[in-house]
Design a protein around this ligand. Structure first.
Ligand code: APR
Ligand code: PHB
Length: 390
């Protein structure tokens, strides 16, 4: 097979990249090691920045998002005795949308297959070759076990944190930065109408908790657990009791309901550079991970895909590869900004042991956000998303 861009991974990064290239008349092939059903059901993030929403709309994949997505103009920050609303629209003129990553994936897969563009599900043994030449290739076994080879101009490694692309960059040429947090999030999806109009991020002495949602009848809630806790420790009743305690606010009640899904996710910050080596380009979780507190992971993957698509489109017009050189510098600048914001939100809201000094600093920061317009504005512009080429 021959194509212009071989894309490994059909998460938001790979699918958005393929879609933007297609709209610009550039051919690609997507390889995904899971099934279509699996990637369309996998429960992931749910907050889209305004720039992500505009990009999807401008590229013809915003119809269902406009119909079913919930626009939120702010969030609540909470600590004992206070539930403070931050009005993003008023603070920075931008909003966010609640629309599950699974829904974004479904819309992009439907657009891809609807346009008759090549996409291989359930592949195995994907590998990249000759990335430091101008004739790179990807090999894999298709769903029937047949060996396939794609000759291409460029390879986009969009295969997430556990993919194979990042490790194809020689260790001597790469560097990574990492921070593991000593806690994780227990998340539930519940058949219960949300008890709030906008998301609540709550500091509590028992640990962080948050109330999110997926639709007018489905709530999504999370709370901080220590790394040695397992789902066996948490019956549905115990989960609701803990959420009720941590989210408690005078005159407000949490609506409970059947738990449809529950899982525990560890929290990590990770950045790997370079995001380009020869003809291999990394985008999304393949190159970086942020803890979910700032709702940045999905948006950062989309931003990488947009920056990479622009660079690839420009490079074909240019009849050379020069515009591609700019990709990793622009992308990494944004990655580090979002890495800082996600670390900062995480550090402000999660309890670590019972360090009384740390606790007072967290509360001082939360109070500052509720009284200083400058502080609130800074949170608002980061949360709703900085421009792609920031
Ligand atoms: N070959 C082919 N596909 C692969 C391989 C492989 N060797 N390894 C992984 N994949 C696929 C995964 O099955 C997944 O569908 O690559 C895709 C990567 O998608 P994501 O993990 O969703 O990563 P990305 O597109 O960068 O989006 C980041 O996803 O994990 C969330 O919170 C994160 O919201 C963020 C977003
Ligand atoms: C979610 O709805 O899944 C969600 C919302 C906000 C976050 C993280 C996750 O910060």
């Amino acid at each position: 097979m021959r194509t212009q861009v071989a894309i490994i991974g059909a998460g938001p990064a790979g699918l958005v990249l393929a879609h933007l290239l297609y709209n610009a008349g550039i051919e690609s092939v997507i390889l995904e090691n899971r099934s279509r059903d699996y990637i369309e059901a996998r429960l992931r993030a749910g907050v889209l920045e305004q720039g992500t929403v505009e990009l999807l709309r401008q590229n013809g994949v915003g119809v269902r998002l406009d119909r079913e997505g919930l626009r939120h103009d702010g969030i609540y920050l909470q600590w004992p005795g206070t539930r403070q609303h931050l009005d993003f629209l008023e603070l920075c003129g931008r909003s966010v949308w609640i629309y599950g990553q699974t829904e974004v994936v479904k819309d992009l897969v439907a657009a891809r297959l609807g346009a008759g563009q090549p996409m291989y599900f359930e592949v195995s043994d994907s590998a990249v070759h000759d990335i430091d030449t101008d004739r790179p290739a990807v090999t894999f076994l298709d769903v029937d076990g047949n060996a396939q080879r794609i000759q291409c101009d460029l390879i986009a490694g969009c295969d997430g944190f556990h993919g194979i692309s990042r490790s194809a960059i020689p260790a001597a040429a790469s560097r990574s930065w990492e921070r593991d947090y000593p806690y994780g999030w227990l998340g539930i999806l519940a058949q219960a109408p949300p008890s709030t109009d906008e998301l609540i991020y709550a500091w509590h002495s028992n640990g962080f908790a948050m109330h999110s949602m997926r639709s007018p009848s489905i709530s999504r809630l999370y709370f901080q657990v220590s790394l040695d806790e397992t789902l066996q420790d948490w019956s549905d009743d115990r989960i609701w009791t803990e959420l009720t305690t941590r989210l408690a606010h005078e005159g407000w009640e949490l609506t409970t309901g059947p738990v449809l899904d529950k899982s525990i996710t560890p929290m990590r910050s990770f950045v790997s550079a370079p995001m380009r080596y020869g003809r291999l380009f990394l985008a999304g979780d393949a190159a970086h991970i942020v803890p979910p507190t700032g709702a940045k992971g999905l948006n950062l993957a989309v931003a990488d895909a947009k920056l990479l698509a622009d660079a690839i489109i420009a490079s074909y017009g240019f009849r050379g590869v020069s515009p591609l050189d700019a990709y990793q510098e622009t992308a990494l600048r944004r990655v580090w900004r979002c890495t800082h914001f996600s670390w900062w939100m995480t550090s402000m809201l999660h309890t670590e042991g019972s360090d009384p000094f740390a606790r007072e600093l967290q509360l001082a920061q939360l109070r500052y956000l509720s009284t200083s317009r400058a502080a609130a504005q800074s949170l608002a512009e980061n949360y709703t998303g900085l421009p792609f080429g920031w």
